[in-house]
Design a protein around this ligand. Structure first.
Ligand SMILES: Cc1cc2nc3c(=O)[nH]c(=O)nc-3n(C[C@H](O)[C@H](O)[C@H](O)COP(=O)(O)O)c2cc1C
Length: 401
């Protein structure tokens, strides 16, 4: 998906519109600080307010917030969730929602039971243009699953995730254990997709080894590409696919619908792609919608992508063992572990998925990176760089079934 083009569009807007006068009134300043404060509260344990500034769902509220659906009864035959289990469940769901999701759609729903949490896709938050087969939806659910598991351990629960093919949902069963807050758990609140140039410096062998281990499982492989000629070949495919996406009216329309051009819009929805996360001025929604098409040009976007990729230390390509929903969840879990491990090491990452999103490009891309006949799942660049503003999240209440 081309979230990067947005950045070029925003950076070009002041020039086209005749200087700073229009945008100076809309400069991020206090507005962005307000959004950042809300984002920080969402990421703090026991936050007092939600992303819309309303009192947040606190673990302590217990029975006042009852999940509507519990898929299975308790061991004693009842279907009640105790206040303590509900409080814990709400807190674990909060951590899960800090995961990445395609276009920040937050395409998940959670059902809290007494000793389990089920993570379901939210069909209202699909993106049919960029993700017609729901690949990104299930990868996103995998990312949320991984966060939930690390949070569970930190809160004294072992967690085992199983994909339920009949319901197309992930059921995470919880059991008491010794609490252990892993470095990956501690990285959950700080993790972000950092869409800026990095510092072009290579990572050490040890760092690459840690990232590779974090992003690999029995069923998911990761290819680390750090040689410059090989990275240039990947860039060729990114540019080719980016150009195709920008010529696709349905793709552009869908992308635009998820962009939040200013802090007020971002806070109102608590989702979507807030412009400041790419480090650019915020502008009124009417202006953003009007001007978006003027600056959404293949050349400027491809130049931007090239700069970002060339400033990276390397590229990681994730590939699951099969092209089905269970495997996509596994890929999401591995990517999230990779991202959390990177965050723990002070390393940034961002997705450049264009070559796996455009069907016509995907097979050639797979063959070029040594995976003929397979479906690469994610393309991620990584390296050291600045921290960018945070994206927002909806409330925990919003994501309960
Ligand atoms: C399956 C998936 C695909 C994504 N594809 C892209 C992409 O192609 N380009 C991009 O800039 N970000 C991509 N993202 C990142 C999301 O836009 C990002 O997670 C979301 O905006 C929330 O921001 P955060 O990760 O910083 O919390 C993707 C995320 C997921 C889970």
């Amino acid at each position: 998906m081309v979230e990067l083009p947005r950045r070029r569009f925003l950076s070009s807007a002041p020039v086209f519109l005749g200087g700073a006068s229009i945008l100076s009134a809309c400069a991020p300043g206090a507005e962005s600080q307000g959004v950042e404060a809300v984002a920080a509260q969402t990421r703090l344990a026991g936050a007092d307010v939600d992303v819309a500034g309303r009192p947040a769902v606190r673990p302590a509220v217990g029975p006042a917030v009852r999940p509507a659906v519990r898929t299975e009864g308790n061991p004693d035959g009842s279907r009640e969730v105790s206040p303590a289990d509900l409080a814990l469940g709400l807190e674990l769901v909060r951590y899960a929602t800090l995961a990445p999701s395609s276009h920040n759609t937050q395409c998940w729903k959670f059902a809290i039971e007494s000793a389990a949490i089920t993570i379901l896709p939210d069909p209202l938050r699909r993106c049919p243009a960029v993700d017609p087969d729901d690949h990104h939806v299930f990868v996103s659910l995998g990312c949320a699953t991984e966060n939930l598991i690390h949070a569970a351990w930190a809160h004294g629960r072992s967690a085992e995730a199983v994909f339920d093919r009949s319901r197309e949902a992930i059921r995470v069963t919880l059991a008491p254990t010794q609490a252990a807050a892993s470095p990956l758990f501690r990285a959950i609140a700080a993790r972000q997709c950092t869409r800026d140039d990095y510092d072009s410096q290579p990572l050490s062998i040890e760092e690459l080894g840690l990232l590779e281990r974090a992003g690999t499982s029995d069923d998911v492989r990761i290819l680390l590409i750090t040689g410059r000629p090989a990275m240039e070949r990947v860039l060729d495919f990114v540019v080719q696919a980016n150009t195709a996406q920008m010529a696709d009216a349905a793709f552009v329309k869908e992308l635009k619908s998820w962009i939040r051009f200013n802090g007020a819009a971002a806070r109102r929805t608590g989702d979507g792609l807030y412009s400041a996360t790419t480090g650019h001025p915020t502008i009124p929604t009417w202006l953003g919608e009007l001007a978006f098409g003027w600056f959404f040009t293949p050349k400027s976007e491809n130049d931007k992508v090239a700069g970002q990729l060339r400033s990276s230390a390397g590229i990681a390509v994730f590939v699951g063992k099969s092209a089905d929903k269970a495997s996509w969840v596994d890929v999401g879990r591995c990517y999230e572990r990779f991202a959390l491990q990177a965050t723990a090491l002070g390393i940034r990452n961002a997705l450049l998925n264009q070559p796996i999103e455009v069907r016509a490009v995907r097979p050639q891309f797979a063959a070029a990176i040594g995976l003929p006949g397979q479906r690469p799942d994610l393309v991620v660049r990584f390296g050291r760089g600045p921290v960018m503003p945070s994206s927002l999240r909806r409330t925990v209440q919003d994501v309960l079934v």
